[in-house]
Design a protein around this ligand. Structure first.
Ligand code: PLP
Length: 388
């Protein structure tokens, strides 16, 4: 099946394949019997293999069993589901929080539950695919504004009448590593203009782990909905929506990914609880992440590579064509370093995407920079001269 279509993807260098590990996630992983220095994971703090998360998972498993057995509405939830929700609400300083099975499931359930054909959604052009899909599933009218361009967004807002206008944006953009101008956007939020922030890459990273609003020192309000995931910096799995009690009560009744899907396994919930406690008790974890991020950026700038607008631990090396991205990624892999090439349609401009973790050592970061210097010498990006 799909022989011709797959061949055509392969011919264009766009064929995706799966790379599975035989080790835990971490700074060093084992793939196809080979040890790789890993700069590809969103496990920013190395929590997925942290002894405290593992122990919490084991006791969750022993107390509540392996699977949840039903949706939350039908006895699928254990007391720890509610405990994690109140922990998240106090961590995010919101009235309430509700768990979902993944960030993808949350965005594709919550957006259609809050926006109807009477409403209008204003979406950043670089929003994550799960937001785009959620917006498509809703019946609201959609307006796409230029990336992080609040002026453009305002002009679209001003020219639109609707019962409710909902601004939807990533907090941290997953392919460029820049941060949405949330302070400015949040000042627009009121009873008829809501703000929906996807903090998948900001949770555990920005604002002492509390996300983009906290990073800008903006207080949560009734009109701001924050989603975050446990699957990235928090090293576990699942997602949460944080906001007013009215919001979460509505979602319990209307979000299809909540109503029609089995609750998260209790061991996963237990690990998420431990992750939130851990980042609150050990702020040096997040400090180490940012120190590593600075070290990688200094190294890349020294060798003249273009990291675009990145200001977070997501660091793209921008390139001009797909084959160059694939070739550089292949050369790095040969020297035992995994840095994925990201290509269209995920991004317009091909790139290597470096994801830094708190668990990378100084020596590992030096190895990355040296290997990049070697491979780009052999295969130089034509845009290197434009590097800042
Ligand atoms: C990863 C990601 C998601 C999806 O979260 P999962 O828990 O992996 O399903 C949603 N939004 C953004 C911005 C993401 O980067």
């Amino acid at each position: 099946m799909f022989e011709d279509e797959l061949k055509s993807l392969a011919d264009k260098g766009l064929l995706r394949t799966i790379k599975d590990r035989s080790s835990a996630q971490g700074a060093v992983i084992r793939v196809d019997g080979k040890e790789l220095l890993n700069f590809s994971s969103n496990d920013y703090l190395g929590l997925s293999n942290h002894p405290r998360l593992i122990q919490a998972g084991i006791s969750g498993l022993e107390t509540y069993g392996a699977g949840a057995g039903a949706s939350r509405s039908l006895s699928g939830g254990a007391e720890i589901h509610a405990r994690l929700e109140s922990l998240i609400a106090s961590f995010k300083k919101t009235e309430s929080a509700l768990l979902f099975n993944s960030g993808y499931s949350l965005n594709t359930s919550v957006i259609p539950a809050i926006a109807t054909e009477e409403d209008a959604i204003f979406s950043d052009e670089l929003n994550h695919a799960s937001l785009i899909d959620g917006i498509r599933l809703s019946k609201a009218r959609r307006f796409v504004y230029r990336h992080a361009d609040v002026g453009h967004m305002k002009s679209l807002l001003d020219s639109t009448t609707a019962r409710r206008r909902i601004i939807v944006t990533d907090g941290v953009f997953s392919m460029d590593g820049d941060i949405a101008p949330i302070a400015e956007i949040a000042s627009l939020a009121d009873e008829s203009t809501w703000l929906y922030i996807d903090d998948a890459h900001a949770t555990g990273v920005l604002g002492a782990g509390r996300g983009t609003l906290a990073h800008f020192g903006v207080k949560p309000s009734e009109w701001i909905i924050q989603m975050g995931t446990f699957s990235k910096a928090l090293g576990s799995f699942g997602a949460f929506a944080a906001g007013s009690k009215g919001l979460t009560d509505w979602l319990v009744n209307n979000a299809r990914g909540f109503v029609y899907s089995t609750a998260l396994p209790p061991c996963v919930v237990a690990a998420s609880i431990e992750a939130i406690k851990l980042i609150s008790e050990e702020p040096e974890l997040i400090e180490r992440l940012w120190k590593n991020r600075r070290m990688v950026v200094e190294g890349l700038k020294k060798i003249g590579l273009d990291i675009g607008v990145s200001v977070t631990p997501i660091i793209p090396v921008l390139l001009d064509d797909v084959r160059q991205a694939i070739e550089l990624s292949r050369r790095l892999l040969e020297s035992g370093i995994y840095v994925p090439a990201i290509r269209p349609p995920t991004v317009k401009r091909p790139r290597l995407r470096i994801a830094v973790s708190a668990t990378h050592s100084d020596e590992q970061i030096e190895r990355l920079i040296n290997a990049l210097e070697e491979s780009t010498k052999a295969f130089p990006p034509t845009s290197a001269s434009q590097a800042p």
